[in-house]
Design a protein around this ligand. Sequence first.
Ligand SMILES: [Ca+2]
Length: 267
Amino acid sequence: MKLTEHLSRLSITAILVVAVLILPILLINCKNTSESKKIDDSDWRLVFEEPFDGFNQYVWEPAAHTFDYNAAYFRPQNIAYHDGKMVFTLKKEEWQGRHYTGAELRTRQYYHYGRYIVRMKAARGSAVVSSFFGFRYNPWQEIDIEFLGKDTRKIHLNIFYNEGPEGAPNNNSDINHQSPIVLDLGFDAAADFHEYAIEWETGELRWYVDGLLIYASSNPDKVPDLSTQIMMNLWYSESVSWAGAPDDASLPTSAEYDYVRFYQKQE
Ligand SMILES: [Ca+2]
């Protein structure tokens, strides 16, 4: 056996020995890490729960409007309830100058720091956006979960933050718009229901999927600090570079919501 051959066999043996010894330790560490990032229920109190067995007009307000860059106009008629689920539909329909209609729902009340949970199934289709978020105007602050129908294996997280007291103008020139964070889910959000959570505390935001932490932000200059309405919508983006080109063949399409829950930290 040549010396080099002998050395290479030795090194292969060494690698195998190291792998056998180290791999279980790595696996144990991974397990511990994921366990430590699990959502912790111990210090949160359930304040509000919506099972979507039907429309509760005292809690929710359906939208009849639209916004810039949305090719769809929101109509209450596009919100239905079946088998304990709320269904939003986006379809081709002429209404109020738009060629499509979608759906949007928001709480009448504003909610502040806490844990926001939704169990939902995203909609498919290029240019289609399904969402769950906290939102306020004056000043504009927003905490988002979004799914683009062109690739429902990804989740988009976003924050809009304008500082100032209640009633301060939106001041778009100073808007602190954190670039969207895009993460692979490891599953198709349009294939089945999954639970998505946002934990919002002073200067800190955490997002969870099925009880596991996927992203945290603790930049106090970019974490909203005023109460927001809880919202969901299904719309048709005019931003081709972001959401893809409209594709009428994929319409109508639907997003489904099983429940929404809001928790506050125990005193
Ligand atoms: Ca339900």
